[in-house]
Design a protein around this ligand. Structure first.
Ligand code: GLU
Length: 435
């Protein structure tokens, strides 16, 4: 018998310093989540150390010529956390705060997410520490192409498939696909997902993450008796994920009462005009200055009167310092890692239902999987078919996780980790150690 506790095995196999679990930050947050699931893994706990070390980490220098003739260097990463269930899969983030710890955590959350919705992928993630808003279009293209070339030894349609994440989009994916294809000598549409529809992209991919957030929110509302009609919703981040989820909730009769992004926080207790707000964000780059709302202090956003809170920006937003203020009955994590483990406990103790990132935002990668399948078969599906398959996968995965949570009397996050980590470690065990 193997002890379910991890501390003994961690002591016997000390982690390399860059994997230090006492390190604060996203990777430390992920390791605490793994510790919480370990007692539920049964005999598979023998393999749990696998989850605490990314399989492969690549750090690359990305030099580009700036428009003014200077040579600038940026630091880029691609981390393959686990490949037991299939090729690596996960987005690429361009942000000034990107760190290795963050990309490691994001790659691990992809392993868990992909297993939770049972798409045949491992987990990977990439990023460059850069503020893309400060780059010209030409500089952004050169950065993307050089980064793609540098990580070219890891990626490929059957090896590791990047996708959009924070500050990357269909155009960036088109440049990545083209660079990989030119370097390998054949057009390989399946090397990235989230491409423009005219380049082998999938209908419904742009909205997929927000649609998944909405789908699990509706399922949880049904199970808990929360009426979505008239429910008050607060959203942090009004980009691809938060904007789509906000629109779908508004279409279902909810009121979007507060929105926060990097340009400020806005409030309207009567409900914002979501279509007008999406236009404003499209024109100005953020929610700040929107005429149909009053500005509110960023710190007050967390205490706003609402029924549903959707963090859809970055990790580490709901912390022990603001979790106590949250009035929502349900938190749906559109972002990856928005809630720290201490904040998770505070929310659980208050009876706030948290729909965790690793299931709630899995709609994006689910439609990425559909895109990859369509690229391989060169046969493209209708948007209705894509949305129907997406909703079915999300509903089934959520129902399974809900049942595991009830049976084990654990949070939905731990339940999702139980389902996903068992799948990953079962695959790991069946494949065995080789060489
Ligand atoms: N970046 C998205 C995520 O965090 C999508 C990843 C993908 O489609 O591979 O889930």
């Amino acid at each position: 018998m193997h002890s379910p506790a991890t501390s003994a095995s961690s002591a016997a196999h000390p982690l390399p310093s860059y994997l230090n679990p006492h390190e604060l930050g996203p990777w430390g947050q992920y390791l605490q989540q793994v510790d919480r699931v370990t007692p539920y893994l049964g005999s598979l706990a023998r393999w749990v150390e696998t989850l605490k070390r990314p399989k492969r980490i690549l750090v690359v220098d990305v030099p580009i010529e700036m428009d003014d003739g200077r040579i600038a260097h940026f630091e880029g990463y691609r981390v393959q956390h686990n490949l037991s269930r299939g090729p690596g899969k996960g987005g690429v983030r361009f942000h000034q705060d990107v760190t290795l710890s963050e990309v490691m955590a994001l790659s691990a959350w992809m392993s868990v997410k992909n297993a939770a919705v049972n798409v045949p992928y491992g987990g990977a993630k990439g990023g460059i520490r850069v503020d893309p808003k400060k780059l010209s279009r030409g500089e952004l293209e050169r950065l993307t192409r050089r980064y793609t070339s540098e990580i070219g030894l890891l990626i490929g349609p059957s090896k590791d498939i990047p996708a959009p994440d924070v500050n990357t989009n269909g155009q960036v994916m088109a440049w990545m696909m083209d660079t990989y294809s030119m370097n390998t000598g054949a057009t390989a549409t399946g090397v990235v997902t989230g491409k423009p529809v005219d380049l082998g992209g999938s209908l419904g991919r742009v909205e997929a993450t927000g649609r998944g957030v909405f789908t699990v929110g509706m399922e949880a509302a049904k199970l808990t008796g929360l009426a979505v009609q008239g429910a008050r919703v607060a959203v942090q981040g009004f980009g691809n994920v938060g904007g789509t989820a906000g629109k779908l909730f508004a279409d279902a009769g909810a009121k979007i009462v507060a929105v926060q992004d990097h340009t400020g926080s806005i409030h309207n207790a009567a409900g914002l005009d979501v279509a007008a707000l999406l236009d404003h964000v499209g024109n100005t780059g953020g929610v700040g200055g929107f005429a149909g709302a009053t500005a509110m202090d960023n710190g007050d956003f967390w205490g706003v009167d609402c029924d549903i809170l959707i963090p859809a920006a970055l990790e580490g937003q709901i912390t022990k310092d603001n979790a106590g203020k949250i009035k929502a009955k349900m938190v749906i994590e559109g972002a990856n890692g928005p809630t720290t483990p201490e904040a998770d406990d505070i929310l659980n103790d208050k009876g706030v239902l948290v729909l965790p990132d690793v299931i709630a935002n899995a709609g994006g990668v689910t439609v990425s999987y559909f895109e990859w399948v369509q690229d391989f078969s060169s046969f493209f599906w209708t948007e209705d078919e894509i949305n129907a398959r997406l909703v079915r996968i999300m509903q089934e995965a959520f129902a399974g996780v809900w049942q595991v949570a009830q049976e084990n009397k654990v949070s939905l996050r731990t339940a999702t980790f139980i389902v996903a980590c068992k799948r990953i470690l079962h695959a790991r065990e069946m494949r065995g150690l080789y060489p």
